[in-house]
Design a protein around this ligand. Sequence first.
Ligand code: FAD
Length: 451
Amino acid sequence: MNPIALIGAGPSGLAGARALSRAGIPFHGFEAGPDVGGLWNIDNPRSTMYESAHLISSRTTTEFAEFPMRSTADYPSHRELFRYFGEYADEFGLREHFSFDTRATSVEPVDGDATGASGWLVSSTGPDGETSGVYSAVVLANGTLAEPNVPSFRGEFAGEIMHTSAYKSPKVFDGRRVLIIGAGNSGCDIAVDAVHHAASVDMSVRRGYYFVPRYLFGKPSDTLNQGRPLPAPIKQFIDKRVLQAFTGDPVRFGFPKPDYRIYESHPIVNTLILNHLGQGDLRIVPDIDRFDGRTVHFSDGTSGEYDLVMLATGYHLDYPFVDRAHLNWTSASPKLYLNMFPPSFNGLFVLGMIEASGIGWQGRAEQAELIAAYLAAQRDAPEAAAAFRSRADAAWPDLSGGYRYLGLERMSYYVNKDAYRRTVKKLIGTLPVASPAEAPTGSTAAQEARA
Ligand SMILES: Cc1cc2nc3c(=O)[nH]c(=O)nc-3n(C[C@H](O)[C@H](O)[C@H](O)COP(=O)(O)OP(=O)(O)OC[C@H]3O[C@@H](n4cnc5c(N)ncnc54)[C@H](O)[C@@H]3O)c2cc1C
């Protein structure tokens, strides 16, 4: 068996490396950046992190279960997270498996068809120049939040246009009239930065949002109701009222009323933005109609003058080094069994292609465990691997948790964390693999050492 190729050493790639090592599966990792940590390494040229960024999911619901963070912060900063991933890699000896500053440039089936039966040719470019090698399978963990979604607008804007992917420091706002387009989590974080630096800040939104405070009843809000998921309609009923009690109605600050129910889109974990709206530090404005020099015209016929337009318009999925047919792309995203396995089981595996409220790195670690368990079964117990494929042929599980997600591009690979993790864990149980408790390296030792 040729080794496996693993592309990316962010949280997902590290989880992959850990699971493959634990299952005794030889692999080689490619990381385009200089270190582990993915986008949490603000110095990684592909990082979309900014100086003020902190976790928006809380530490204990996000960390790898076998490797608790040392931090005492509930929502640590990106710098702490970068350190954490370095420590995780060191604890489990993961760095040695990766070539750093090495970008995978193409992944092609060796036999020229999509079955991957003879393996995959992975080409890369790095300090040793262009190299290539044949691998029996390839795990793609190159991230989902790197390729900016840049919408086109009518007209020309004469000021500066920047996407949040390029935003690092609020200095860029100094003394400028700023328009932020989009009110997702990054957009709201960045708007809060901007109010302390800009001459004025407006935020253009198309739809309403639900705002979740970081703390509810004195605890990180995502730590409430853990492990006992309520049915979707009950959770929506209760949480909507709890949020109304804590944050009031964002409509009074100028946001449109959401035309969907809570959790049908990703909630915004930021109430500072509401405080600033209440202080009059920024304004909500409608959707863009057109640009004209420094003037931006809005859909309600009003307009404003700006120096900087910040596009908080999100990201596209992108696996640029592999033909889309191999990943069964349909419209905005690959259509994969459990968001991981192409239906043809061609030897490609995608790790980290999940958006979900609160899935954390543990959710990604469980994905990695399932992939490693499947690969181990292919090697050691082909009949169990075949049974796994038959199950996938028969039916794909409902991962929505009963929520009707909005039909937006960014929601096309969204899952409900409880439904997803339950399904993945169940499927791990169908494959013969060493459970974490029997693992040869470190989980318990690591936990004890850090307790
Ligand atoms: C501002 C911000 C805040 C966030 N906050 C949270 C949060 O609070 N909680 C949460 O769970 N998630 C959060 N996220 C989501 C974040 O995407 C995940 O936490 C996590 O980083 C995903 O890990 P990943 O390994 O899949 O991808 P990434 O972290 O993007 O890592 C991908 C790695 O692949 C490498 N790579 C890419 N292409 C290639 C190639 N061709 N060859 C070799 N290497 C390649 C990249 O250099 C990178 O190191 C946040 C994201 C942002 C931008």
